[in-house]
Ligand binder design. Structure first.
Ligand SMILES: NC(=O)c1ccc[n+]([C@@H]2O[C@H](COP(=O)([O-])OP(=O)(O)OC[C@H]3O[C@@H](n4cnc5c(N)ncnc54)[C@H](OP(=O)(O)O)[C@@H]3O)[C@@H](O)[C@H]2O)c1
Length: 350
């Protein structure tokens, strides 16, 4: 029999642990899960939670494990590996699916399951962390301010320290090209193809284009056909990113990838609690129709702290039947003010 439980998969990873602790604080009593029995059991014992152990190799096995679960919150990334089997299993089991991805190809693959999910009365809501919740929220807000906008630019500043999983995900995309949306299509462009100065609200700084998930989600949310996403970057990083256009074959080769993943395993721990409490993120967006333009900004808590609050919050709202079924983005499900649900988020209009 289905109950109202939320299952957090990958709950013992860096972000999964933060999300689990906040879910407990929110009174959600989550089931924690993952593919390692030892790690899942140990996390469950620490917090006195139920746990489940299963790999994602066989969707039917996963569907059996989810048969009595209302919502899956997938924190196991890179999601390009984990989201496919988990989404299939959720549709089979009639369980709502959420994750914290920022990967364009994952959003597009999940969007392709829209009709199936709707038929199964299942909500598919990827991207319930930073940066997609703030940027998607800002995109919907800008679209409401300028309904005939044809071009949307989004950007963020403040992602100074990465978690292990974010670093692994970034390494795997080192040989990818950049991506923007042009006339409704996803189009390959060179990495960091556009560099500009943006005032994120904390003074002007240099920013370069990046291929983050908003290139996918902002279009699904607003229908604005041209979307470009920027991140504040030091000049040296931009030079390296531009170099990767010529060295992609090398950066994507097995020896270099293994060496970089090894370095992450040895040296990357993710921001500590003090950094999570002290840092802020600055999000900027501009919509234009060629004649007029509107600019809005958000200030949010540090990215991992933000995700630890937004992911369980949106999972609870989906469990409570507040989201439409089928493929959704944070703002298509909950409207342009969804980021303001999270404590410490402020929005300003220029
Ligand atoms: N959008 C956002 O707001 C946001 C914020 C933070 C993180 N992220 C993303 O979230 C992901 C996790 O980041 P993290 O730093 O928390 O990573 P992490 O500490 O390395 O943890 C990754 C977790 O995923 C599990 N996992 C990985 N591959 C798996 C697979 N094939 N099958 C089953 N489980 C698998 C790992 O389990 P094992 O230990 O058993 O391998 C572990 O529990 C990354 O992709 C990152 O980019 C997104």
């Amino acid at each position: 029999m289905r109950n109202d439980r939320i299952l957090i998969y990958g709950a013992y990873g860096y972000t999964g642990r933060l999300v689990t602790e906040q879910a407990i604080g929110d009174g959600l009593d989550p089931i924690v899960a993952g593919r390692s029995a030892g790690k899942a059991e140990s996390l469950a014992a620490t917090h006195d939670l139920d746990y489940r152990v299963f790999t994602l190799d066989d969707s039917s096995v996963v569907a059996d494990a989810l048969a009595d679960v209302a919502v899956v919150l997938n924190c196991a990334g890179p999601f390009v590996r984990t989201s496919g089997p988990m989404v299939d299993a959720c549709i089979e089991a009639g369980t709502h699916y959420l994750d914290i991805t920022g990967e364009i190809e994952v959003f597009e693959a999940i969007a392709a399951h829209d009709t199936e999910a709707e038929a199964a009365s299942v909500t598919l809501l990827p991207g319930v962390g930073f940066d997609v919740v703030p940027t998607d929220s800002l995109a919907a807000h800008l679209s409401a301010r300028l309904p005939d906008a044809t071009h949307l630019e989004l950007g963020f500043q403040g992602l100074d320290e990465l978690s292990p999983g974010t670093a692994h995900t970034a390494i795997e995309s080192l040989d990818d090209s950049g991506t923007v949306r042009r006339d409704s299509d996803l189009v390959d462009v060179p990495v960091a193809h556009d560099v500009r100065t943006i005032d994120f609200g904390d003074g002007s700084t240099t920013a370069a284009t990046i291929q983050w998930g908003d290139v996918s989600t902002a279009y699904h949310t607003t229908g604005i056909p041209n979307v470009t996403v920027y991140a504040a970057q030091p000049e040296a990083t931009i030079r390296f990113l531009r170099l990767s256009n010529r060295l992609g074959w090398l950066l994507g080769s097995t020896p270099v990838q293994s060496a970089l993943h090894g370095l992450v395993d040895r040296f990357v721990d993710g921001p500590n609690e003090a950094a999570r409490r002290e840092e802020s993120m600055y999000v900027w967006g501009r919509a234009t129709n060629g004649e007029e333009s509107v600019v809005s900004r958000l200030v949010t808590p540090e990215s991992y702290l933000f995700t630890s609050h937004s992911a369980p919050h949106l999972a609870a709202r989906v469990r409570d039947g507040e989201a439409p079924v089928g493929f959704q983005t944070p703002a298509s499900a909950f409207g342009p003010d969804i980021a303001l649900d999270i404590d410490g988020v402020e929005r300003t209009d220029e």
